[in-house]
Design a protein around this ligand. Structure first.
Ligand code: PLP
Ligand code: LYS
Length: 382
């Protein structure tokens, strides 16, 4: 059922997130068939959206999981993701989380520093377990995205820097509980210039050879996520980018024989299926502009305030006739609480339902209680 029909036929409580599950399944089918063509493995980055129904749906496609906390590992396992298909990433894994991951027999730790490697090694020894290690390399590749979501440059906190890699290998050599299984890379999120992934491949090829020549054969190459979505085309054919994305890796990556290639996709799988729904509370006419004040704000969707992200905004009650220019703002006491400036929409009235589209990734999960906001309502189009 179309978003407009669903919203107009149901008594929606706002603010709310609505997830279009047929749209999600359509995207997952596209992603899976594009990855299957080359034998690539997709791990869903749970941080993008950990809603139960989303997890159930993604899991039913046989994807693995990419987790960044102990609680994400527990949630992944209880949602049916296989423990040996879980990557555990993050620069700040706590001791408790390391113990949980060791006891859960996950696919691999994506290790981000020499210090972290030492601590994982100590715990593996204490518990008499094998810790499967994928070293996350900071490849110094510019993702050409917002600087807050760039992760693969030397100035970023992520991954092991090249000058520390020999030390990491020495630690692995001298601790029999550390099993080197592969390499991990993730250079950033919302990447729309696909040549970034070609540049990544060239770096990965160098590192792949470098490790192999030293007797550390990576059985796993984990190339992270980062594939961007088009925030201006909420109704576009979903998932058309996957063919192109995986095609680039197929073209430029030079894997060794029997190497398994993994990806950690978040946004590209779930962004398009979600929308934030909100009601217009007030129209305020200023001297130079008109404000539409909504009952949802940065506490429900922080992306515009945090990254100056622009999402398509629609008036679901009135989609014909003359348009007017509005600044679409929320109720929070922050000037950055604005979904869009100078947005043209059909005349807005109190009570109109506004959809902020392509909000399925990093939307609900990043919502907060700031200003003691009431919990969000959640709806599903089945
Ligand atoms: C290590 C890692 N893997 C995967 C992802 C998922 O990225 P995206 O949602 O851009 O696909 C992220 C987030 O950027 C990440 O930090
Ligand atoms: N939360 C960010 C992306 C960061 C992804 C996590 N590494 C966004 O909304 O775009």
């Amino acid at each position: 059922m179309h978003l407009n029909n669903f919203v107009l036929q149901n008594n929606i409580e706002t603010p709310a997130y609505i997830y279009d599950l047929p749209n999600l399944r359509e995207i997952l089918i596209k992603a899976k068939s594009a990855a299957d063509r080359y034998g690539y493995h997709i791990h869903y980055a749970i941080k993008a959206n950990n809603n139960n129904r989303i997890l159930d749906t993604v899991q039913s496609f046989g994807f693995g999981a990419d987790c960044v906390s102990g609680r994400e590992i527990e949630l992944a396992i209880s949602s049916g993701f296989s423990n040996d298909e879980i990557f555990f990433a993050g620069v700040g894994k706590t001791d408790e989380e390391i113990v949980l991951a060791l006891n859960s027999h996950i696919l691999a730790f994506n290790v981000e520093s020499v210090h972290e490697l030492q601590v994982i090694g100590e715990w593996a020894k204490i518990l008499n377990k094998n810790a499967r290690i994928a070293l996350r390399i900071n490849p110094d590749v510019d993702a050409q995205t917002h600087h807050y979501i760039t992760t693969g440059l030397q100035e970023n906190k992520f991954g092991i820097f090249s000058h520390e890699i020999s030390t990491a290998l020495e630690i692995i050599r001298t601790n029999e509980h550390l099993k080197f299984v592969g390499l991990h890379f993730h250079v950033g999120s919302q990447i729309t210039d696909l040549t970034v992934f070609k540049n990544l491949c060239l770096k990965v090829n160098e590192w792949n050879r470098w490790f192999s020549e030293r007797g550390f054969i990576p059985e796993i190459l984990n190339l992270g996520g980062g594939l961007g979505v088009d925030y201006n085309q909420p109704d576009s054919v979903p998932g058309k980018n996957f063919e192109e994305f995986f095609g680039i890796f197929h073209r430029f990556l030079e894997p060794l024989s029997n190497q398994k290639i993994h990806f950690e996709l978040g946004r590209s799988l779930v962004a398009q299926c979600g929308s934030l729904l909100s009601r217009v509370l007030y129209i305020k006419n200023g001297l130079s502009k008109n404000f539409a004040i909504l009952d949802a704000g940065m506490t429900e969707l922080i992306r515009p305030a945090l990254y100056q992200a622009s999402h398509t905004i629609q008036n679901l009650n009135n989609s014909s006739g003359e348009t007017h220019k509005y600044d679409i703002v929320g109720p929070i006491c922050e000037s950055s609480d604005c979904f869009g400036k100078d947005i043209f929409l059909q005349k807005l009235s109190r009570g109109n339902i506004i959809a902020v589209r392509t909000a399925g990734a990093y939307g609900e999960v990043m919502s907060s209680q700031y200003n003691l906001r009431k919990p969000l309502s959640i709806y599903f189009i089945e």
